[in-house]
Write a protein that binds this ligand. Structure first.
Ligand code: ADP
Ligand code: MG
Length: 340
């Protein structure tokens, strides 16, 4: 076997580095929606409006009334590893924002036509940055930010080929907003598709938001969970066995406000239903775990959908017990002992 011919080592151009990184962060329109809504929430938005065309492939526009981005920082917001959210390793250990890697906008801009329109409270006007040309000019807008993402994956046809129908991509986008909406009942959300209002969830109590997003039936067919164990608190609602579904599509778990897909939590929840559900029936639940940020690592995956617990047994036990005790309590009592 002859050795491969030696080729010189080169540093990749910035644009290409971003496009490669985009592969990890931006899988489909819903990934863009998730990242941009994260940013809106991190900016303190009270209202987030999502507008989509062609399932988000032609256009994703996300408008918020958050703190905005100062004119001189607009180009910086699009730079890789540029963030206002952490400044040191110790910040990372106690990070309370959804974002902190400073990657999303750079990644999205590298695989789309991105426009950033923003105004801070102190500015006399808004400014619009065209990511492709770098052109920056004054524009009109109230305080807050609008990010417009057009023609996703236009430069990476291989990626574009993996996209499903507009209807399917739209469903994934809506699911991304739904996950945020359940985490932040205090924020209003609206989703438009093809110029039509698809969903609107006004700021509400946690219970009301659950009813708005998952339906009144979910509220009627579930019991409240409120359980504290040492450094952990588990709240939310667990569906009664009769409310179980054939698919595991109504299992929402959050860690410190972040939607996660976590094997420990899923397994613990499943085991709480061990004697209550049979066969392939899937329980429904919305679980919110509050845990000391130092006891969970959120920097495991670029999309942060996976987390690592310092003590996963502790988490497993708390979730299982929280759900078991809620499910075994008499129903009326379970509803009336809801957390204040
Ligand atoms: P990260 O969220 O990890 O910091 P992003 O690439 O998503 O990285 O965003 C980069 C920076 O741009 C953020 O740190 C924030 O300062 C600013 N930014 C992005 N979106 C918004 C927004 N909707 N409102 C205010 N600032 C924003
Ligand atoms: Mg972000």
């Amino acid at each position: 076997l002859s050795p491969a011919p030696r080729r010189p080592i080169r540093e990749l151009p910035d644009e290409l580095v971003s496009q490669i990184a985009a592969g990890e962060v931006v899988e489909r329109p819903a990934s863009v929606v998730r990242e941009l809504v994260d940013n809106a929430l991190d900016a303190g938005a009270t209202q987030v409006t999502v507008r989509l065309l062609a399932g988000g492939v032609r256009l994703i526009s996300i408008e918020d009334d958050g703190c905005g981005i100062a004119r001189e920082e607009l180009p910086l917001a699009l730079r890789r590893h540029a963030t206002s959210k952490i400044g040191s390793l110790s910040d990372l250990e106690s990070v309370a924002t959804m974002g902190f890697r400073g990657e999303a906008l750079a990644a999205i801009a590298s695989v789309s036509e991105l426009h950033l329109l923003s105004r801070t409270a102190g500015q006399a006007s808004a400014f619009l940055l065209d990511a492709s040309s770098g052109e920056l000019r004054p524009a009109a807008r109230a305080t807050g930010t609008t990010v417009e993402v057009k023609e996703l994956f236009f430069s990476t046809p291989a990626r574009r080929k993996f996209l499903k129908s507009d209807a399917t991509e739209f469903a994934h986008c809506l699911e991304a907003v739904r996950r945020h909406a359940l985490a932040r009942p205090d924020v209003g959300f609206a989703v438009w598709h093809e110029g039509k209002l698809s969903e609107q969830w006004r700021a509400a109590t946690r219970e009301q938001r659950l009813a708005d997003v998952l339906g009144e039936d979910f509220l009627a067919d579930s019991v409240a969970i409120d359980f504290a164990a040492g450094p952990l608190r588990v709240r939310g609602r667990a569906g009664i066995p009769d409310a179980a579904r054939s698919r595991a599509d109504w299992q929402f778990a959050y860690v410190n406000g972040r939607y996660v897909r976590d094997k420990v939590i899923t397994h613990a929840a499943r085991s709480a239903y061990e004697d209550l559900l049979h066969g392939q029936r899937q329980p429904v639940y919305a679980l919110h775990l509050e845990i000391d940020p130092a006891r969970v690592d959120v920097n495991v995956h670029p999309t942060k959908i996976e987390v690592r617990f310092r003590d996963s047994r502790e988490v497993h036990q708390a979730v299982r017990r929280a759900m078991e005790s809620a499910l075994s309590a008499p129903r009326a009592a379970a509803v009336s002992t809801q957390a204040a």
